[in-house]
Design a protein around this ligand. Structure first.
Ligand SMILES: [Zn+2]
Ligand SMILES: [Zn+2]
Ligand SMILES: [Zn+2]
Length: 788
């Protein structure tokens, strides 16, 4: 008697990024391999598979499904149920099934894969030198999608009709280009054109070759990339860089560089294994790498006074071809004027970038969604600094099922967040919400996400700052259910939730400025926080933000505010770099402080760093956000040495149940060091040590009282790698467990995620949500400290 092995039908549902990434051909191949019959099809909500065969084969099929999935697929969930066989005789890829209300995760754009790279550099390949080559494993996705399901007619590729050869690839289940929606070749796809500033074609039959000649000659090129235009110039040419800087009105902020290969990157920078992995990943972000100044010929003007260089590898065929042809590292920065959104359309670029670029490398594959390059740093683990291209709109997975919420984010480095089910769709970096163009980009992108993910928000969350454009948008959006979220609470919750920590935790939120619940400007905060609420348990000492927001661009004003407030109005500036200031200005400043004119109080850690930077003579005025603090950090020695454990004094006092870090002693000792001409590197290191120690000491006091030993670090100040490293290590030495950011930025780019989570759990009633005090007409607290 022959034993008949049990045959079964498995019905399998797969959720995640499984459409437009070569998933169905992969399933087709896998079914053949395991000798299974059945079908696979896309639906609006997932990929459905039916396979029949013996139990062992089905088991193997299921384990391979997750283990061997295509490189850019991301499997979120696999569900399988078993039934009696139907009697399939073959395996088929069936037509997509569209279902009302269901939605799909959408693949972000993915860097050119090795196979496609090989093709564009193979003289015999039909795609040799073709800048729009892609396949199911790489190429544009989110930037070209107008609606779901993801099919060519719903993308900006619909105007290109595939030639017979491309169509054959598209139709063949075992081809790398099976259902690759942006599939194209030189015969049927988009094409490139080089034009001058008036839009007139430039002579020459090879646009890339001519463009690279122009770059080598020191010209500035605008090129239409994946998510918008980029501005490029020779990164070794100081003059070209300075020209770009003055035209773009970006005097000092670091620029990113694109380098042809990893070997080439290693000539300019130190690259750790973790950084190498990130540089070469399908996301291909800008990575902040330690710059080998002595052996790199990249001009210092790319990132003045900085130890780190933002570097990325080419991530589209156009970039590969251009970088190879030019044979130079290229500055590659967003195609915009200072803080406006990146330009995406050809005519828009000519209009908006006409004053910056000499030439334009344009093409006719339209960009639907704007997308800047993402920026990462690796400190222990990779950490997002700017989350955009190739990361959004992939969601952050929530450890709970969320209501449908729109969180509008903060003002600077804005992102918004839409939630549904376990998904938090954190938008790509939108930008600084200070002009009409960015607001429009914000509004349009919200509409796009709502449409793509079928979200109708029932709650709108926003920052408590009444002047943020994102707050104004929230209040005008006509929602019945509005939830204001305190800025630093949102920071801490964003960190907690990406680490799946429910809390309560001791949240250390150190940043530039955020609107506090008492009408002052917070920014050096110790919160007892969970997903729903928080209690402020400590903060840095208040000082006046001299002249309001104007103080942010003039760190020397913050230094004066600390000195006069903490050390007395008669404090003498003699022997300090600040002593050079004009006497009349000093008099005005003293009067301003005395009368409290336009001097809201702040506990900001960012301003403390600014003040110390100015006091130490590092930087008195800034050209970009946090420049003074960054340059102070850069001056600390790489090797800690004998000053590794030196600290400045400070004290912690308790006022009304609140721990306040008093800074008078710190400032008087820094003053002494500056007067004694101690090296700035020593002052910088001692100061960083001291701030780390402040964090530890306050956390210890709070832990004693609350018995909580988990700390979450968030806020833009933790982009300071030295502080992050010192604070984390010092906390861990004291037995704290520490969570930090990885997926979302610690800066205001992560705020919207925290807002959404707080809104989901918050049960604040309408009446408790009455108007908060306005920022600049209310100074509820007396000046604290000896001299104020
Ligand atoms: Zn490819
Ligand atoms: Zn073709
Ligand atoms: Zn912030």
């Amino acid at each position: 008697m022959v034993l008949v092995k049990a045959r079964k039908l498995a019905k399998i549902g797969v959720r995640g990024v499984v459409q437009g990434v070569g998933f169905r051909p992969f399933i087709y191949r896998l079914a053949q391999e395991h000798n299974l019959k059945g079908l696979v099809r896309n639906t609006s909500g997932n990929v459905e598979i039916e396979v029949e065969g013996d139990e062992k084969a089905l088991d193997n099929f299921l384990s391979d499904l997750e283990a061997k999935a295509p490189p850019i697929a991301r499997i979120e969930k696999v569900e399988a149920a078993f039934y009696p066989v139907k009697g399939y005789t073959d395996f088929k890829i069936c037509q997509s099934l569209s279902q009302e209300g269901k939605y799909q995760l959408i693949s972000p754009d993915i860097a050119t894969c090795e196979d496609c790279k090989r093709e564009i550099f193979s003289p015999t390949d039909r795609r040799f030198g073709y800048p729009f080559t892609n396949c199911t494993n790489c190429g544009p996705r989110f930037t070209i999608i107008e609606d779901i399901p993801y099919d060519r007619p719903k993308t900006t590729m619909r105007k290109f009709e595939m030639c017979p050869e491309c169509q054959r690839e598209y139709d063949a289940p075992l081809d790398r280009r099976f259902h690759a929606q942006p599939n194209a070749c030189p015969k049927c796809g988009p094409s490139l054109e080089l034009v001058d500033g008036n839009g007139n074609p430039v002579e020459g039959n090879d646009a890339i070759k001519t463009a690279s000649e122009l770059l080598k000659a020191g010209k500035i090129l605008a090129l239409r990339g994946l998510g918008g235009f980029q501005l490029a110039c020779d990164a070794t040419n100081e003059e070209a860089i300075n020209l770009l800087r003055s035209r773009k009105r970006r005097p000092a902020k670091p620029l990113a560089v694109m380098v042809a290969t990893l070997e080439e990157v290693e000539k300019h920078c130190l690259v750790s294994p973790e950084e190498r992995k990130l540089l070469q990943s399908p996301q291909c972000p800008i990575v902040l790498l330690r710059w080998k100044h002595s052996s790199s010929n990249i001009a210092p003007a790319v990132a003045p006074s900085l130890k780190y260089l933002g570097v990325m590898l080419p991530y589209t065929p156009l970039h590969h071809l251009l970088l190879t042809e030019a044979g130079l590292p290229l500055v590659m920065t967003s195609g915009n004027l200072s803080e406006e959104p990146i330009a995406k359309d050809n005519d828009e670029a000519l209009r908006r970038l006409g004053g910056i670029a000499d030439y334009f490398l344009v093409h006719n594959r339209d960009i639907f969604a704007r997308y800047d390059d993402s920026v990462y740093m690796v400190e222990g683990k990779p950490q997002a600094i700017r989350r955009a291209r190739s990361y959004a709109p992939y969601p952050i997975f929530l450890p709970f099922r969320s209501k449908q919420i729109l969180a509008c984010g903060a003002e600077l480095k804005n992102t918004f967040c839409l939630t549904k089910d376990e998904h938090a769709f954190l938008s790509q970096h939108i930008g600084d919400m200070e002009n009409e163009e960015t607001l429009e980009h914000f509004e349009n992108t919200i509409e796009l996400y709502k449409k793509l993910f079928r979200i109708e928000p029932e709650i709108i969350a926003y920052d408590m700052h009444p002047e943020y454009l994102s707050t104004k948008y929230a209040l005008q959006a006509g929602s019945e259910h509005l939830v204001p979220v305190q800025h630093h609470h949102a920071h801490i919750v964003s960190c907690m939730v990406e680490n799946k920590v429910e809390g309560p935790v001791i949240g250390v939120a150190f940043d530039g400025t955020g609107y506090g619940t008492d009408g002052t400007i917070w920014g050096g905060e110790f919160l007892l926080a969970d997903w729903r609420s928080f209690k402020r348990l400590g903060h840095l000492e208040y000082v006046p933000l001299l002249g309001g927001v104007a103080a942010i661009n003039k760190p020397y004003r913050m230094a004066l505010s600390y000195l006069y407030t903490l050390l007395g109005e008669d404090f003498s500036l003699e022997g300090l770099p600040l002593g050079r200031l004009n006497a009349t200005e000093l008099d005005i400043i003293k009067q301003q402080l005395r009368r409290g004119i336009n001097c809201p109080l702040t506990s900001s850690a960012g301003r403390l760093f600014d003040a110390v930077s100015a006091l130490a003579g590092v930087r008195e005025e800034i050209d970009y956000e946090a420049q003074a603090a960054i340059e102070l950090e850069m001056l600390a020695p790489n090797k800690v040495g004998e000053f590794g454990s030196k600290l400045y004094p400070f004290s912690i006092v308790e006022r009304q149940g609140m721990r306040v870090v008093e800074l008078g002693e710190l400032f008087s000792m820094i003053v002494q060091d500056v007067k004694n001409q101690a090296p700035v590197s020593v002052i910088s290191l001692k100061f960083h040590n001291t701030v780390a120690q402040m964090i530890v000491e306050v956390c210890k006091l709070i832990a004693k009282e609350t018995r909580i030993s988990q700390v979450a670090l968030s806020g833009g100040v933790f982009q300071n790698r030295l502080l992050l490293k010192l604070a984390t290590a010092a906390l861990q030495r004291e037995g704290f467990s520490v969570v930090t950011h990885h997926l979302v930025p610690c800066n205001d780019g992560g705020i919207s995620l925290g807002q959404a989570v707080v809104a989901n759990f918050s049960s604040i009633s309408e009446s408790q949500r009455e108007a908060k005090p306005l920022l600049y007409n209310l100074f509820p607290l007396p000046l604290q400290g000896e001299g104020g």
